[in-house]
Design a protein around this ligand. Structure first.
Ligand code: ZN
Length: 320
């Protein structure tokens, strides 16, 4: 089996001081696994690099573990913490710029402050885009108050990784069913719904060069493209779009394989959107690097397609 050279985009760390934000979902993990996660999240040295080496991962784009400032009610505190996090990350990247790159944390509570911080991170710190943990205290980014932010992001020509988060309030169907509220299912529904709000809210019509990255094989969206077109044509609810819904999924919305190591799912996503819309990722340290690498290295696709998924597509998107 050939080991393809890889870039990975959903790879997390924990800056000291952010632990409390992650408590809610980490509390569902058993204590010894929690300790190991904490050790891996804090490490920027041998633990991470040796695992990358074994898996053929040349570069990871690092991001703070969620939900981080997306869960911070104090706007000024969120702005300050995002800046601290981004400076901390830039300093860690500077020690190993050959192996690490960064996604900015953004205080989406204040769209203008988020735009300013994104600009600073891209222009001054060399970050490759942002990773935002879904809604901010229940606020989604399809509203017009975010148009200046999207204009800034389009101008900078960098992607946003829209990462899962707990729903602001659990769906009624899940409200008495905790096992389905988190990573097993609820995060998928929440994150896919947010991406669909951007799509059906016309954000990609107003800003046609935006790139949103969804993890976890696109949070299921690639597999519903046909149905979005069919049912939106039948029930438009007064919404008009410049293109068919399916045409935004695979162009404005691109995906990673993080946390879905299934060959049939990969082939389905590639079949729906084309190979250029799919990128490898792990979701370190919450998923196994070894398993993710074996999955992609052994995928039943042509070598040129796997080179694109493992490295080429990310290098193009992030301008590496
Ligand atoms: Zn993740």
């Amino acid at each position: 089996m050939k080991t393809f050279s890889k870039i990975a985009l959903e790879e997390h760390f924990m800056m000291p001081g952010f632990e409390a934000y992650s408590k809610r979902f980490l509390s569902h993990i058993e204590p010894s696994a929690q300790r190991e996660l904490a050790q891996r999240l804090a490490d920027f040295d041998a633990l991470r690099l040796e695992e990358m080496d074994r898996a053929g991962i040349e570069l990871v784009v690092l991001s703070q573990s969620g939900p981080a400032v997306q869960a911070e009610p104090d706007v000024e505190k969120a702005i300050g913490l995002a800046k601290d996090n981004n400076d901390f990350l830039a300093e860690r990247i500077a020690r190993r710029p050959d192996r690490y790159a960064g996604f900015a944390m953004l205080p989406m509570q204040d769209p203008q402050a988020a735009a300013r911080e994104l600009q600073r991170c891209v222009k001054e710190l060399g970050f490759k885009g942002s990773l935002v943990n879904g809604h901010t205290l229940g606020r989604y980014y399809d509203g017009r108050e975010y148009d200046d932010f999207w204009a800034c992001m389009q101008e900078l020509d960098v992607p946003m990784y829209l990462h899962p988060i707990d729903a602001w309030r659990p769906l009624h169907a899940l409200s008495d069913f905790p096992v389905l509220q988190g990573a097993s299912w609820g995060w998928t529904v929440e994150t896919a719904s947010h991406a669909l709000r951007l799509l059906f809210g016309g954000v990609f019509d107003r800003f046609p060069r935006l790139k949103i990255i969804l993890g976890h094989m696109g949070e299921g969206l690639p597999f519903q493209r046909w149905r979005f077109d069919s049912r939106f044509a039948a029930y438009p609810f007064g919404v008009t779009l410049q293109r068919k819904p399916s045409e935004y999924i695979g162009t404005n919305i691109v995906i990673t394989t993080s946390g879905v190591c299934s060959h049939p799912a990969l082939l389905g996503a590639v079949g729906e959107m084309g190979v250029e819309a799919v990128m490898f990722s792990v979701d370190y340290p919450y998923e196994s690097t070894e398993l993710a690498a074996q999955f992609i290295d052994s995928a039943p696709l042509e070598p040129a397609q796997l080179e694109a998924i493992c490295r080429g597509n990310a290098a193009r998107l992030l301008k590496l």
